[in-house]
Design a protein around this ligand. Sequence first.
Ligand SMILES: N[C@@H](CCC(=O)N[C@@H](CS)C(=O)NCC(=O)O)C(=O)O
Length: 223
Amino acid sequence: MATVEIFSAEVCPYAHRTRLVLMHKKIDFSLTEIDLKNKPAWFPDVSPYGKVPSIRHDGQIVYESAVVNEYLDEVFPTPALMPSTPHGRAMARVWVDYGNTRFNGAAYKLLRATNPVDQGPLREELDACLLFMENEGLRKSGDGPYWFGAEPSLVDFSYYPFFERFCNVEHYRNYEMPAGCTRLRAWVDTMKAMPIVREIANPPAFYIERAKAYAAPAQQAAE
Ligand SMILES: N[C@@H](CCC(=O)N[C@@H](CS)C(=O)NCC(=O)O)C(=O)O
């Protein structure tokens, strides 16, 4: 039996985060794909919130991707995915939180806004989030190519899945990252080139098709 079981869904960026952490650390794991539209009756036993990802390790369940990833980093300490100083770790948690509470929401709100009148302020909100990540994050945290310098961290694996899905706002909202986000663009390229990222990456068409139901419901109804 594998050391860790992950309950996952291919489409889910949060599960994608944890899959990358498991792979980067070369943890022996098995993956159970959950159909989120038809969850198995036993799913609440392994995921009390009813969401992916969750993991089972040593007979115990851990859920919420940010918590799962820190748990994995603690239990399987090499290669370390948190900075070595208390302040570095605090900042890593700030950036994971920024993704969860601000950036991810801004991107999804724009994608879900089918009314063009609503889209203007949401574009500005997403611009502001990306510029904040560029200027307060990448430009202040080191020379790259990863978020905190030469080695990847939990911050890199927490953000990357949302950038693999960035094609959705580009496709459905004709959105472009602000021109000033040069470090962010270079960071995306660095992440996309990682062998583990490439191993499980999906092409833009995979995400664009799955986002259609909420990003372009009229288009879907017409088909
Ligand atoms: N805060 C959670 C979010 C996880 C999440 O929203 N997962 C979605 C799929 S992307 C899910 O399982 N949704 C099923 C549901 O809510 O019924 C985490 O970081 O793990």
